[in-house]
Design a protein around this ligand. Structure first.
Ligand code: TYD
Length: 135
C-alpha cells in the first residue's frame, strides 16, 4: 500500500557556501523519473490540482516559497502537508486526489513517473469517489 510521505533530501554544503540537494531515480525517488516540470507565478488565491492520476506518481518540491497540499488517497485517508524548504519533497501515490495552494513567490518542481496523458486524469471528484476509492 503506497501512502503519501515526506522525503528529506540531504542538504550538502554549509551555511557559509550554500547547499545542494540531489534526486536520483529509484534511490531517494521511489520510481523512475519520466518527466520533470515546474509551476510558478501561481496567484495566492488559486487552488491548483483538483484531480487524481490513475498511474502517475509524483514528488512535489517547493524550490522557493511555500506550498500547502491536501491529499485524499484511494483508501479515503485525508492529509495536509506544508512544503516550506527546498530540502523536502512530498510523494503523491497514484489515485490520490490532490489540491495545492501556493505562496506568491512559490516555485514548484515536480518529478513524475509518467509522461503527460490527459487520459490518466480523473477530474471529477464524484467519479473519483465512486470508481476509485477503496480499490
Ligand atoms: P495539471 O496537471 O492539471 O496541473 P496542476 O496539477 O498543477 O493543476 O496541468 C495543467 C495544464 O497543463 C493542463 O492543461 C495540462 C497541461 N500539462 C501539460 O501540457 N504537460 C504536462 O506535463 C502537465 C503535467 C500538464
Amino acid at each position: 500500500m503506497k501512502n503519501p510521505y515526506l522525503i528529506n533530501f540531504d542538504s550538502i554544503g554549509s551555511r557559509q557556501l550554500g547547499f545542494i540537494s540531489v534526486a536520483e531515480s529509484l534511490k531517494n525517488i521511489p520510481f523512475s523519473i519520466k518527466r520533470v516540470y515546474w509551476t510558478y507565478y501561481t496567484p495566492h488565491d488559486v487552488i491548483r490540482g483538483g484531480h487524481a492520476n490513475i498511474e502517475k506518481e509524483m514528488i512535489l518540491i517547493a524550490i522557493a516559497g511555500n506550498i500547502s497540499v491536501e491529499i485524499e488517497t484511494k483508501h479515503g485517508v485525508k492529509s495536509n502537508h506544508l512544503l516550506n524548504t527546498p530540502s523536502n519533497g512530498l510523494y503523491i501515490p497514484p489515485l490520490s486526489w490532490h489540491n495545492m495552494k501556493y505562496s506568491h513567490n512559490a516555485v514548484q518542481l515536480v518529478f513524475a513517473s509518467n509522461i503527460y496523458s490527459e487520459s490518466d486524469y480523473i477530474r471529477d471528484y464524484e467519479e473519483f469517489k465512486r470508481k476509485y476509492i477503496n480499490q
